[in-house]
Design a protein around this ligand. Structure first.
Ligand code: NAD
Length: 257
């Protein structure tokens, strides 16, 4: 039975990925913020989906010692981390000259450095078993930029470099490291940035959806969380064992332009 850790899985894409792995029968550690009763309801629901157990760990992705405790918990409870999905992420939309320094630091910590910490802690256990899958939820913003998202775009470009570097280091150990690059997915993270983007660009919230977000997505449709989860499942499968150090875009054609 595989053991899976999904960071930032109390909402949105991470929740969809954790649900898919739980349904497949894996043991899953979920993580992320939220009200205690809501998180327990999520955990219990996922626990009922498949044969494996589902645990919650409250690690804050800005805190390296809590991140190592998250991985250690998976190792102790489930004898390792076979599949690590680095998904936790936040956004802040503001002009570079007004971009709050603490937001820069927080975004780099959560969207980039936390993956360094989970990976450095999990890799020895994957090497021990001679098998592992690391899936980093990056973004189309790991490949191209948009204005007013300096920290997010920098972090997501950074995760692409981390993906490639670690992929080379662990390639002979049965471990693969890849990124998924979604376009816009209508999750709480995206809903929260609609008012800020409207303010930064001086347009209405409806125009943000049509003229900013979906403007670059040729399908003119948001990507579904289930579509991203399906890619994570594929990358974690044996069929994907030779896919390493690369990314799969799921952006409706955005980055083809
Ligand atoms: P979301 O806001 O729905 O979920 C984010 C998750 O991260 C939540 O569970 C939240 O509690 C958790 N989280 C936030 N800060 C944390 C911290 N310090 N420690 C632990 N957990 C923390 O967002 P989402 O849209 O599902 O985003 C998930 C990932 O997908 C992010 O990395 C995001 O950059 C990426 N992504 C999202 C989109 C999109 O359009 N929604 C597109 C491309 C990439």
């Amino acid at each position: 039975m595989k053991s899976v850790v999904v960071t930032g899985s109390t909402s949105g894409i991470g929740l969809a990925i954790a649900s898919a792995f739980a349904e497949s029968g894996a043991n899953v550690v979920i993580n992320g913020f939220g009200a205690a009763d809501e998180i327990e309801a999520i955990r219990a629901k996922l626990d009922g989906l498949g044969a494996g157990r589902v645990l919650y760990h409250p690690a804050d992705m800005t805190k390296p010692h809590e991140i190592s405790d998250l991985i250690q918990t998976a190792v102790e409870e489930f004898d390792g981390v076979d599949i690590l999905v680095n998904n936790a992420g936040i956004q802040h939309v503001e002009k570079i000259e007004d971009f709050p320094v603490e937001k820069w630091d927080q975004i780099i910590a959560i969207n980039l450095s936390s993956s360094f910490h989970t990976i450095r802690c999990a890799v020895p256990h994957m090497k021990r078993k001679g098998w592992g899958r690391i899936v980093n939820v990056a973004s189309a913003h790991g490949l191209v930029a948009s204005p007013f998202k300096a920290a997010y775009v920098a972090a997501k470009h950074g995760i692409m470099g981390l993906t490639k570097t670690v992929a080379l280091e662990v390639a002979e150990n049965g471990i693969t490291v890849n990124a998924i690059c979604p376009g816009y997915v209508l999750t709480p993270l995206v809903e929260k940035q609609i008012p800020a983007t409207a303010k930064a660009r001086g347009i209405s919230e409806a125009e943000v959806k049509t003229d900013v977000m979906l403007k670059f997505q040729p399908t003119k449709e948001f990507v579904g969380t289930d579509e991203v989860a399906a890619i994570a499942m594929f990358l974690a499968s044996d069929a994907a064992k030779s896919i390493n150090g690369t990314h799969i875009s799921v952006d409706g054609g955005w980055t083809a332009q």
